[in-house]
Design a binder for this molecule. Structure first.
Ligand code: F6R
Length: 611
């Protein structure tokens, strides 16, 4: 996701900003820009694409200053082009803003500001912040007070860094969601989205908490809470090396990405669901009720983990759409001559947007006249270029080969899509409001789950790490999670694992069960809960070792299982987003125990661009 760096001090600021942005490249981006203050003027230089494009532009200019900020953008609102690249300015060009996150209420704010005469130059949600500050300063407010007022008006998730040409030497940094850190140097201070770009200058770091903002100049850092009360916090000494800094102190990218899921899921629904009106809005996918009603069937095409997300998607969409939905592996779909026409909606699901088999399946469908949409994490990738509509999963770059946060954001996208279909079909708005509320609290539930279960799962991983085979069971919406749990375990720990629908166990896999076989089962409360419990009793009767993922406080499961992993309750369609997290952690800690190369498992590639 977007990278942020700000500097005030005595050094030549351009190399500091470019060097900092290079350290943030691992986060992924599609454009970049810097702002440098010189006198009262602020010079802004931006470029689409890689940092080298920005550097070439800067090479042709003489930009001097010791105060400025830089940004790498991962587009959410508006295309990834130079005009939408950060920094963004107000009408005077002096109030300059960079931002990571989403301003949810930017549209009504923008309309109000436009009515007051503000000229907007970009499609971004960010620009509204610069104009809001300008508007308050017009009536004589100080820069800091105008920022305070703006922060009280905006809603959403943001890490914001703001400067004002008329107030040279002051950086204001505000956090509500995405991370922001402050580096305390000698006669210089920095702000950034993580510590990686700061380590060249200082190891004394202050982490901003949600709702806080900092007023930073060359000599001082003042912190405030959301009620504008001063906050005292001593800097922490960070001893990480550069690689550890990129992993934010986690041992592996996979573990970091598992922990990023609350943020990733939140970024995927933010700005797309509006509880008050009950509306779903996708800025890159517009369907009218008339267009929707023309579809007679839906095909979903994907590979690997994305295919598991597609199976959950079928469950959610079929319930919402009441038309037949088929899910195919890309590698099968392209050769099986599927029945596709203009009345078919085809959804390609792909994290990378470059998986050869998925792309080929999508091409096949498009050639036959289908309407094509993509659920994808990478802007500008092949899948997005060929599709008529896209739902971007805002997971941010996934570096660990084993997919984790991309999967839970794909599930989020399918959940929103199912609500969108209900909206297109004219279903009652109240049901959607409740469904949106349940979605909104999911990130907190993932956080709670990680906090309460991770250590316990690590212990279980030690207990079961020598097993030779695992069986994963689930039913209904949790059946794809059994498949995903098995895939995750085999790809990073190299233990053989199979995922099965729990009801299908008696038709074959039951022969495998003895006291050496750990069985990971998902038994949360759904309409088939009792059936799952019966299946588990059958496994228990054959001495299988039951590790059961269940709702918190489920005593019946506790009495039956050898070990339980408790997850917070949620509505059935959202359960997979929670129930998959313990399976990711179990695979991770078993692989760690067995000394496997977790981020680069043998024989696997992050993006499989060959057939
Ligand atoms: C498993 C994994 C792979 C990918 C698959 C599809 O952890 O990462 O199974 O899910 O190769 O990749 P995308 O989603 O990029 O099309």
């Amino acid at each position: 996701m977007c990278g942020i760096i700000g500097y005030v001090g005595t050094r030549d600021v351009v190399p500091v900003l470019i060097g900092g942005l290079k350290k943030l490249e691992y986060r992924g981006y599609d454009s970049a820009g810097i702002a440098v203050v010189n006198g009262e003027g602020v010079e802004v230089v931006r470029a689409e694409g890689k940092l080298s494009n920005l550097e070439s532009k800067l090479g042709e200019m003489e930009l001097e200053g010791t105060f400025g900020m830089g940004h790498t953008r991962w587009a959410t609102h508006g295309k990834p082009n130079e005009n939408n690249a950060h920094p963004h300015r107000d009408c005077t060009g002096r109030v300059v803003v960079i931002h990571n996150g989403i301003i949810e209420n930017f549209l009504p704010l923008k309309q109000k500001l436009q009515a007051a005469g503000h000229q907007f130059k970009t499609e971004t949600d960010t620009e509204v912040v610069a104009h809001l500050i300008e508007e308050t300063m017009k009536s004589g407010a100080r820069f800091v007070d105008a920022v305070r007022s703006a922060l009280k008006q905006i809603e959403g998730h943001y890490a914001l860094v703001i400067i004002n040409g008329k107030d040279p030497g002051t950086i204001i940094a505000a956090k509500h969601g995405p991370p922001l850190v402050i580096g305390i140097g000698e006669n210089e201070n920095l702000v950034a989205s993580d510590v990686a770009p700061l380590l060249a200058y200082t190891r004394n770091i202050i982490y901003l908490e949600d709702g806080e903002y900092a007023v930073v100049d060359q000599k001082r850092v003042q912190l405030f809470d959301e009620h504008d009360n001063a906050v005292r916090r001593e800097p922490k000494k960070i001893l990480w090396d550069a690689v550890m800094a990129e992993k934010e102190g986690y041992r592996h990218y996979m573990l970091k990405e598992i922990h990023e899921q609350p943020r990733a899921v939140r970024d995927t629904f933010t700005g797309r669901m509006f509880e008050e009106s009950g509306d779903i809005y996708f800025n890159e996918l517009e369907l009218t009720p008339a267009q929707w009603s023309k579809f007679r069937r839906v095909h979903i095409v994907a590979c690997g983990t994305s295919w598991h997300a597609a199976l959950v998607g079928k469950f959610l969409l079929e319930e919402a759409a009441r038309i037949p939905i088929e899910v195919d592996y890309g590698s099968e779909y392209r050769y099986r001559n599927p029945i596709v026409d203009e009345e078919t909606l085809v959804i390609g699901v792909t994290q990378s947007g470059e998986t050869a088999d998925t792309i080929a399946g999508m091409q096949e469908a498009k050639a036959k006249g289908a309407q094509l949409i993509a659920i994808c994490n990478v802007i500008g990738s092949a899948a997005t270029r060929m599709s008529q509509g896209v739902i971007y999963t805002n997971a941010g770059p996934e570096i660990g080969v084993a997919s984790t946060k991309a999967f839970t954001t794909q599930l989020t996208a399918f959940y929103l899509l199912s609500l969108y279909v209900r909206q297109l079909r004219g279903e009652p708005v109240d049901d959607r409001r409740y469904a949106m509320h349940e979605m909104r609290v999911i990130p907190h539930k993932i956080e709670h789950l990680l906090k309460t279960q991770e250590k316990h799962i690590e212990r279980l991983a030690h207990k079961y790490s020598t097993a030779q085979d695992f069986l994963f069971l689930g039913r209904g919406v949790n059946y794809p999670i059994a498949l995903e749990g098995a895939l995750k375990l085999k790809e990073i720990s190299y233990i053989h694992a199979e995922g099965y629908p729990a009801g299908e166990m008696k038709h074959g896999p039951i022969a495998l069960i003895d006291e050496n076989l750990p069985i990971v089962a998902i038994a949360t409360h759904t309409p088939v809960y009792d059936k799952v419990v019966s299946n588990l009793q059958e496994a228990k009767a054959r001495d299988g070792k039951l590790i059961v993922i269940c709702d918190e406080g489920d005593q019946a499961i506790r009495n039956l299982a050898d070990d339980v992993i408790e997850i917070p309750w949620t509505v059935e369609p959202l359960q997979p987003i929670l129930s998959v997290v313990p399976t990711q952690l179990l695979a991770y800690y078993i692989a760690l125990r067995r000394g496997a190369d977790i981020d680069q498992p043998r024989n696997l590639a992050k993006s499989v661009t060959v057939e």
